[in-house]
Design a protein around this ligand. Structure first.
Ligand code: UDP
Length: 237
């Protein structure tokens, strides 16, 4: 087996990844599987930061459509990411790897507050670090958080888990001729207005020359394959 090609990465999991077949909330079976994948990736000796979304519970924009001020809705979204991180943290530890949730919003009776030094210290101890509560600010997404934390923590790449094994020239479900890009520049990703990540996340990645590897989480051990430089994926950067 080839050695991992990255030594420190930030993995971005959308909240949706935790819903499994339920379509909403948290499916424990899915959590266990993802935790197993993350634990296996950590055992390769790769330092893992994990940013988890909250869209399986609350998204600020959707909450605000019901009349709640947007910043309040966004806070609810950030709190949802904390719940997702806590359930993953417990499952990663059950899988035999130490994990720590660090939250961008201070909640000392729940978990430690994020700061860069604390995150680096935990990563250095081989713990999986779950980066909760996004950036701690409304009007941002957890995709942007993943790029921001990767830059702050001097990670080598962001591994963005999706339902598709990369970026295609067209929707592969609708167009049989659609082909997958192996590599795209950040500029191309921005110009093509790729929906796979928001514009702010791509712009921040371009500014910091941060590669984003887009891969499918559907296959078991997908994270490990990407870390070994194998598997189907598109690299932006
Ligand atoms: N959010 C926020 N600031 C951040 C990150 C997230 O306000 O820095 C809120 C926002 O309301 C967002 C929600 O948290 O809709 C959940 O995050 P996201 O939509 O990125 O989750 P995903 O789609 O990846 O599950």
């Amino acid at each position: 087996m080839s050695d991992p090609v990255h030594r420190r990465v930030v993995v971005k999991l959308s909240g949706e990844a935790l819903t499994g077949r339920q379509g909403f909330g948290i499916e424990q079976e899915m959590v266990e599987r993802l935790a197993g994948d993350l634990a296996a990736a950590s055992r390769l000796g790769v330092e893992l930061g994990v940013v988890v979304g909250g869209g399986n519970i609350f998204r600020g924009v959707e909450v605000s459509e019901r009349g709640v001020p947007r910043p309040v809705g966004d806070t609810m979204g950030m709190l949802a990411t904390v719940m997702n991180c806590l359930v993953l943290e417990a499952a990663i530890e059950r899988a035999g790897v130490e994990a720590r949730t660090l939250s961008a919003l201070a909640m000392p009776s729940v978990c430690e507050t994020y700061n860069r030094k604390r995150a680096l210290k935990n990563l250095g101890k081989g713990r999986v670090v779950l980066l909760a509560a996004g950036t701690g600010n409304p009007f941002f997404t957890t995709d942007t958080t993943a790029v921001l934390r990767a830059a702050e923590l001097e990670a080598h790449a962001v591994l963005k888990a999706t339902n598709v094994d990369g970026v295609y020239t067209a929707d592969p479900k609708k167009d049989p001729k659609a082909s997958r890009y192996d590599r795209l520049s950040h500029q191309e990703a921005i110009e093509k207005d790729l929906r796979v990540m928001d514009g702010t996340a791509f712009a921040l990645a371009r500014e910091n020359r941060m590669p984003i590897i887009i891969f499918s989480i559907a296959d078991k051990n997908a994270i490990e394959s990407v870390l070994r430089g194998k598997g189907r994926a598109t690299t932006v950067g």
